[in-house]
Design a protein around this ligand. Sequence first.
Ligand SMILES: *Cc1c(COP(=O)(O)O)cnc(C)c1O
Length: 490
Amino acid sequence: MINQNEEESLDPQDWKSMRALGHRMVDDMLSYLENARTGGGWRPMPEAAKARLRTALPKTAEGAERAYNDFLETVLPYPLGNIHPRFWGWVIGTGTPLGALSEMLIGTMNSNVPGGEHSAVYVERQVLDWCKEMVGFPSNASGLLVTGCSIANLIGLTVARNVKAGFDVAQEGLSNAPRKPTFYGSVEMHSSLKKAVETIGIGRESLRLIPVDSKFEIELSALKSAIASDKANGFRPCGIIGNAGTVNTGAIDPLDKLADLCEEENLWFHIDGAFGALAMLSPQLRPLLKGMERADSLAFDLHKWMYMNYAAGCILIRDGNSHHRSFSTSGTYLARSPRGVAGDQPWLSEYGLDLSRNAKGIKIWMSLKEHGVDKYGRIIQQNVDQAQYLGSLVKARNELELMAPIALNVVCLRFVNSALSDAELNVINAEALSDVQEAGIAVPSGTVLNGKYTIRVAITNHRSRRDDFDVFLAKFVEFAQARVPVASAA
Ligand SMILES: *Cc1c(COP(=O)(O)O)cnc(C)c1O
């Protein structure tokens, strides 16, 4: 017989010291967030710090205190920096203190949420209903919380393919396709949509990339001729992907017109609204998204423009049956029963790829209760106002140029100097961007628009203040000017 005193668990032997450590962690983390402006920014990680992280697999106990101290010394000081008020790179959210604490609640319950009869399932269903209401989707649509918009796009396009391919793709596979399925969207679409199309076997070739106009919105006439030509050549057009806020410039495609076209051509209408869909929360911005409510599937994130802690995205699908049919393949070990823990039906796992899922609904539920949806709308509007403010600063200076219209919360700009070529300006802008980042001033990111290197300031940050943009711009110009060759500096 096993001596019960020799059996082990991973719980602490000394709850009192674990409790003390926990309190210390909460205090340390709240102080860290309270001082995000002074301590939470990106800085280059020294080689010595990286070297300290390369250690052998721990074979014996180092203990919780020691693990936490190592975290404080080697991990916490070198963050991505997106909690800082001047982080505007790519499209990255900031998180909140209650969001961080909610992660502890989620981790404590540690509920697995493929489905079943327990609170986290009901929280997720409630959160999905709130999401539908926030973005103007009908309450009988289906949905799922996912890690992010990449997975949300993948799920949306999978259902689109299954519904519109004209045969049973899930059963027979694409090699049996009588006609090759095609999808359409603008050249400005996010890379996750290209990955999704590769993953579901459509192939990048069959994702028709349509040119954009001077506002970076899809060209409808080019789109229509691409569809017509594919039909004439034996392809099977399946769906159109609309952008509600492109990653490069924040452009919004003419969603209403895309919805009309999908209706005329019997195509699926998928919208990637990763951050832009949340502009719905501001009454002033809402009209920009007209037509979004007509989508068959809508993908968006809560960790970007709802400022929630990573990772939280959402897919909504108008026709819940087609959504369920696409992912409900199950196994006997998942046998349902009318009552008990497995009682509730259908399971959430029947709407996506993950079986084991964390209870991310809880942090969204907590955050919406904490602030109320109106406040999110005000801060989203505040970010858009800040983008307009930054735009006005750029327009007021000869040595700066706006590279795209400011459709939402993304400002694209570059340093210019008439004595220099575009090639020279590309180098100076890229270098000055790295300079501002490495000096710990601000973190915008870079892109290329119309062949020109461009600085992108994407504002999904509830901590930014107007003067943060003054500080960034002054320093950026200073760094860029310092890189102008003396002969051209006049
Ligand atoms: C960020 C982004 C995505 C991908 O979302 P993740 O949450 O990073 O997976 C897709 N589309 C757009 C427009 C984005 O900005």
